[in-house]
Design a protein around this ligand. Structure first.
Ligand SMILES: *Cc1c(COP(=O)(O)O)cnc(C)c1O
Length: 253
């Protein structure tokens, strides 16, 4: 049965998640803490109504994530959201087909695309940004398929550096924020750290070495409702949390 969250419940749940983010960030070992900034919370509002977004925004939340292009376009252009949430920052966290790039890049207040997983897509986004945003750069994350499962999107871990190189050298209108993974969500933490997160850490180390970049300049987007605290403890700087803030989603599109 679908439980409807009542007024005020989103703000309360958000406050609780922020407290957990803060506790986890403070709980990092010093060597982990040195490598990344305070973790940012992206509130994943996919399938949820704009009233909930506005409530979370009113409670201070600024970063929001959407998975589906049409939903991002609709919410990003919504008159009420534009009026009441002028400083909202949208993260595209779902798969982007090349022929939909223009629609995504045109969304007002688009902050970043977290799901760049091919050279072709990077080039297409770069060209669209040049056309639509002029001198403004767009932040991107390279999405990595850390679990190697065929049904998951993301580039193979062995090819991350090649894609990062392409973004850095050939995509003047993109600003590489870091790398992102979804990973297996059913990992049992009593069996040790989530291997997908460890693989993303390893990818970052390889990228930093190859590109002569500092670790702290390559963010890690990993961690969702069921594992964001663990993700932060091992070094995530960007967690994407949906159902713990907005309630369970009833349908998967
Ligand atoms: C839906 C989604 C999330 C949030 O998932 P929850 O389990 O509801 O927190 C995070 N990241 C991506 C890529 C998603 O699609």
């Amino acid at each position: 049965m679908l439980r409807i969250m009542s007024e005020g419940e989103v703000a309360r749940a958000l406050k609780c998640v922020l407290a957990r983010v803060s506790t986890a960030t403070k709980g990092r070992r010093p060597d982990v803490a040195a490598l990344g900034s305070q973790a940012r919370l992206v509130a994943v509002s996919k399938t949820k109504p704009k009233e909930m977004i506005i409530e979370a925004y009113s409670a201070g939340q600024r970063h929001f994530g959407e998975n589906y292009i049409q939903e991002l376009v609709d919410k990003g252009n919504d008159q009420q959201i534009l009026a009441e949430c002028p400083d909202i920052r949208w993260h595209m966290i779902g798969h982007v087909q090349s022929n939909k790039v223009k629609k995504v890049v045109e969304v007002p207040n688009l902050h970043c695309i977290e799901t760049v997983d091919s050279i072709k897509l990077a080039t297409t986004i770069n060209n669209a940004v040049q056309k639509n945003l002029g001198d403004k750069k767009l932040k991107v994350f390279v999405q990595v398929n850390t679990s190697g499962e065929d049904n998951k999107s993301g580039i193979h871990p062995d090819r991350v550096n090649e894609l990062v190189s392409h973004v850095l050298q050939n995509c003047a209108h993109l600003d590489l924020a870091g790398i992102m993974t979804i990973g297996a969500f059913d990992h049992d933490l009593t069996k040790g750290p989530n291997p997908d997160f460890q693989r993303l850490l390893k990818c970052r180390a390889e990228v930093c070495e190859a590109q002569c970049m500092e670790t702290k300049d390559v963010e890690l987007s990993m961690g969702m409702s069921n594992d964001f605290e663990h993700a932060i403890l091992v070094g995530s700087t960007n967690v994407r949390v949906g159902s713990t803030i907005f309630g369970a989603r009833n349908v998967k599109k």
